[in-house]
Design a protein. Structure first.
Length: 97
């Protein structure tokens, strides 16, 4: 085939991930939803159902809307500016899971 060694490695990792996709959940904060959607698409799974919003006073509210018991959960959330908001979302998501 005309794929590089790295592309073959990624294809194999994706195939293995799809085999175990019943046990994998990928969640996203508000930092980079497009990246999270692309990762989930590459793995052949749907993005986890979560609500990350703000209360009227500006505080962060995280709700996980599905059962994650016994699942391997991954949170995609960069720590780029605004660092405080993104970091708090990440910490609250990890704590909630």
């Amino acid at each position: 085939s005309d794929m590089t060694v790295e592309e073959l490695r990624i294809e194999e990792a994706t195939r293995k991930a799809k085999q175990h996709s019943g046990g994998i959940k990928v969640f996203s904060g508000n930092g980079n939803l497009a990246l999270s959607l692309e990762i989930a698409r590459s793995l052949g799974i749907n993005l986890g159902k979560a609500t990350v919003a703000r209360f009227a006073d500006g505080e962060c509210n995280v709700v996980i809307n599905e059962n994650v018991r016994g699942k391997d959960c991954y949170v995609i959330q960069p720590t780029c500016p605004p660092v405080n908001d993104n970091m708090m979302e990440l910490l609250l998501m990890v704590s909630t899971l």
